[in-house]
Design a protein. Structure first.
Ligand SMILES: *Cc1c(COP(=O)(O)O)cnc(C)c1O
Length: 444
């Protein structure tokens, strides 16, 4: 594979963009390929190489790179009417109505421009609503580039995970291990009256994929109710992917107080949203006094793209298709691992899949067949990741430096590190899945 043009572009980019990119995960080693064109489930790079794409924009692209006709038409028509106005438009109301009809916890919502903005607004709203400062977050959870959640440490003390964030921000954040109900109950026993919210992804979606163990969400819900704290589900990555139009909360049967959305809800354009019970969300300005505002929020082109994306999914077999292919991929990779690398763990659900290069798995009869389900009677239960730390302890270098490259050379574009999830789109086919499994078989 020739990468001359990408290398040259990256060379130019390094002079004018920090790290040569505009989002850190894009700087794959030794240099990223630059995309020239998207084509269904494929991307074509600046040197004409064609890859089967499972990165899918890191989550927003439910249809791949060719949008269904009604989505494309709505985008064109709103773009040519004039990009935006600073006055409300009907399409914002249409999308808000659609979301409130389908997502169990959302009665009212505010659109913003990114998942980061959504979680910032949700935390501010929760703090204002409860009159408390502390938030509980999961180690290995990701809520965007926001000051309150870029922390490391544990229940006994958190510090900023990036320079440039004052220590005092981290003082109000309590990181706890995902799936560890006992530790979280202890944290509530000690700090419960100061905890504004538990902010969690329904499954860790940016640190491998880690599913909740049985009863985990129920205990979070109970603890929040007992102590008067809010439960916030960050569904930026799971929203309108896991659990279809009802999102992961409908799949898990848990109703959070607030939900953050992003990615798919903007149909491929920059977006975020914070929603929940009207009685809480109404506290945002201008109706309430919790400041929230944005020049581009509710951008008509984004709203149109999001609305038609979701409508199309409501009327077609989109989730059946992507979930079935996701299942085939996870099951196929599980079979391959059985023979070639039983220590590894297949994770994911619905249209999400990933292989974690865990070190201790044994494989064998009774192993979860199409992605780890945290089944206590699975022979790999003790070895499969339950927390962010478990994922971090995997062979991350092997993924990044060997496996990812091997797959790329075979024309399969996976996420470049061990932590980011991979996605099947409506444009993928069974033949694509077979080709991908062949490549896994070769490369593992
Ligand atoms: C992607 C993501 C974010 C951040 O969204 P941006 O649009 O990148 O700011 C926040 N939370 C979760 C769970 C995400 O997956």
């Amino acid at each position: 594979m020739n990468h001359e043009n990408s290398r040259e572009l990256y060379d130019r980019a390094l002079s004018v963009l920090p790290g040569g990119v505009n989002s850190s995960v894009r700087a794959s080693m030794p240099y990223p390929f630059f995309v020239e064109d998207g084509d269904g489930a494929h991307v074509v790079d600046a040197d004409g190489n064609r890859y089967l794409d499972y990165v899918m924009g890191y989550g927003p692209l439910l249809y791949g790179h060719d949008l269904p006709d009604p989505v494309e038409a709505a985008i064109q028509s709103h773009a040519s009417a004039g990009p935006m106005y600073g006055a409300p438009t009907e399409v914002e109301v249409d999308l808000a109505e659609f979301v409130t009809r389908h997502v169990p916890s959302v009665e009212m919502l505010r659109f913003v421009n990114s998942g980061t903005e959504a979680t910032v607004s949700a935390v501010r709203l929760a703090r204002a609503y409860t009159g408390r400062d502390k938030i509980v977050v999961m180690q290995g959870g990701y809520h965007g580039a926001q000051e309150s959640t870029l922390v490391e440490g544990g229940p006994d003390g958190a510090r900023p995970s990036s320079p440039g964030i004052p220590e005092s921000f981290a003082e109000h954040t309590i990181p706890v291990p995902f799936n560890d109900t006992d530790t979280i109950a202890d944290v509530f026993a000690e700090h419960g009256d100061d905890i504004a919210a538990v902010l969690t992804e329904p499954m860790l979606g940016n640190m491998g994929v880690v599913m909740p163990v049985d009863g985990f969400h129920e205990s979070l819900r109970d603890l929040c109710d007992e102590y008067g704290s809010l439960l916030i589900f960050d569904e930026v990555i799971t929203g309108f992917r896991v659990g279809g139009l009802g999102c992961a909360q409908s799949e898990f049967g848990i109703t959070p107080d607030l939900t953050t959305l992003g990615k798919i809800v903007g149909g491929g354009f920059p977006v975020g949203a914070v929603g929940g019970r009207a009685e809480i969300v109404e506290h945002l300005t201008p109706g309430g006094d919790v400041f929230q505002s944005g020049t581009f929020s509710g951008h008509p082109v984004t709203m149109a793209a999001g609305l038609e994306t979701l409508r199309y999914a409501a009327e077609n077999d989109v989730y059946d298709h992507v979930n079935a292919l996701g299942e085939q991929l996870r099951a196929g990779i599980t079979d391959i691992l059985e023979e070639r690398a039983p220590e590894y763990t297949v994770v994911g659900t619905g249209s999400i899949f990933k292989t974690i290069f865990t070190r201790e798995g044994r494989g064998g009869e009774g192993r979860c067949e199409a992605g780890c389900r945290q089944r206590e009677d699975c022979p790999n239960y003790d070895a499969c990741p339950k927390t962010g730390a478990d994922v971090a302890a995997a062979e991350t270098n092997r993924w990044e430096r060997v496996f990812w490259q091997e797959m790329k050379d075979r024309g399969i574009f996976l996420t470049a590190n061990q932590f980011e999830a991979q996605f099947v789109s409506y444009a993928h086919t069974e033949a694509d899945v077979q080709r991908t499994l062949d490549a896994y078989q070769d490369a593992l």
